[in-house]
Write a protein that binds this ligand. Structure first.
Ligand SMILES: [Zn+2]
Length: 246
C-alpha cells in the first residue's frame, strides 16, 4: 500500500499544510496530510483508501514528525475530571488492518452479504446527511451489498442496519479507536474515542503558530527571511530564539 516510507513534515511543509487546511473539514485535512505523506499516490487513490488505511498513514506521519508517544486527554463523563493518558503510534498501528478496500463476504441473520470498508468518499457523502441515522444509511447503501447466495430482495430494517454497521467497524478496527479509560477521582470506566486526524491537526495548529512567532522574532532581530528561518533545524532555531529573548 505505502510504496515509500513516510517522511516527517519539515517546518515549511507543516506551515503550508496548516495554512491549506485551516477552516476545512477534517476529511479534507486528512487528505491533505495523505498527499504529503504519500506523494507517489494519486489523489483518486488516496480518496479510496479505507479510513483505517488513511489513519494508519496519518499515524506514521505523526510518528515521524513529532514522535511515537501521544499524550491524550479525556474528560470523565461522570465527574468532569480531566484525565491524561498515553498512547503509542506504534501500538495503535499494530491493530491496523491495512488491506485494500475489497468486498468481504459475511453472514448476517442467515443472509449472505458483502461488506466493503468505508473510504473518504463514502464519509464525504455521509457528512451531508441531516442526522446520524441518515448518515449510517448512506454508508450502508454504499458499503453493503447482497451476497451471491442471497436471493432475498427485502431491504434491511433498522436492527439489520445497526448490526451491519457494527460488522463494518470490526472489519476496520483503526477506523474507530476506542481507549479504555478509568477515572482516578470517581472510578468511572468508559471508552474514549481517539481520532488521530483531529489530534494531529491540533498539534500542527499549535506548532505552526509557535513557528510563526519564532519567525517573527528572528526576522525582526536578525533580519533573516522566513525561508531562511524555516530551513534551520529546530534545535538551531530554538537556540537563536533563546538568544534573541535574552
Ligand atoms: Zn470521574
Amino acid at each position: 500500500m505505502m510504496q515509500q516510507p513516510v517522511q516527517g513534515l519539515s517546518a515549511a511543509a507543516m506551515l503550508e499544510v496548516w495554512e491549506q487546511g485551516e477552516g476545512r473539514h477534517p476529511l479534507d485535512r486528512a487528505l491533505l496530510l495523505l498527499r504529503l505523506a504519500c506523494p507517489g499516490q494519486s489523489f483518486e487513490t488516496l480518496c479510496e483508501w479505507t479510513i483505517g488505511q488513511r489513519d494508519a498513514c496519518v499515524l506514521e506521519l505523526r510518528r515521524h514528525t513529532i514522535g511515537d508517544r501521544i499524550e491524550a486527554y479525556a474528560e470523565c463523563p461522570a465527574c468532569r475530571n480531566g484525565l491524561e493518558f498515553e498512547l503509542s503510534c506504534t501500538e495503535l498501528l499494530a491493530s491496523a488492518v491495512t488491506s485494500e478496500a475489497t468486498w468481504t463476504a459475511v453472514e448476517q441473520d442467515g443472509r449472505s452479504v458483502e461488506l466493503r470498508r468505508p473510504n473518504s468518499r463514502d464519509l464525504a457523502l455521509a457528512i451531508t446527511a441531516a442526522n446520524p441515522e441518515q448518515a449510517r444509511r448512506i454508508i450502508l447503501s454504499r458499503c453493503v451489498r447482497r451476497g451471491a447466495g442471497d436471493a432475498e430482495a427485502a431491504a434491511w430494517d433498522d436492527a439489520d442496519g445497526a448490526a451491519l454497521a457494527g460488522r463494518l467497524g470490526e472489519l476496520d478496527p483503526l477506523a474507530e479507536v476506542l481507549i479504555d479509560v478509568r477515572c482516578e477521582m470517581c472510578g468511572q470506566q468508559w471508552q474514549a474515542l481517539f481520532d488521530i486526524v483531529t489530534f494531529f491537526w491540533n498539534e500542527l495548529h499549535a506548532r505552526s503558530r509557535r513557528l510563526l512567532q519564532e519567525v517573527d522574532l528572528l526576522a525582526r532581530t536578525y533580519g533573516w527571511t522566513e525561508g531562511e528561518i524555516l530551513r534551520m533545524s529546530a534545535q538551531r532555531r530554538g537556540l537563536y530564539v533563546e538568544m534573541a529573548l535574552s
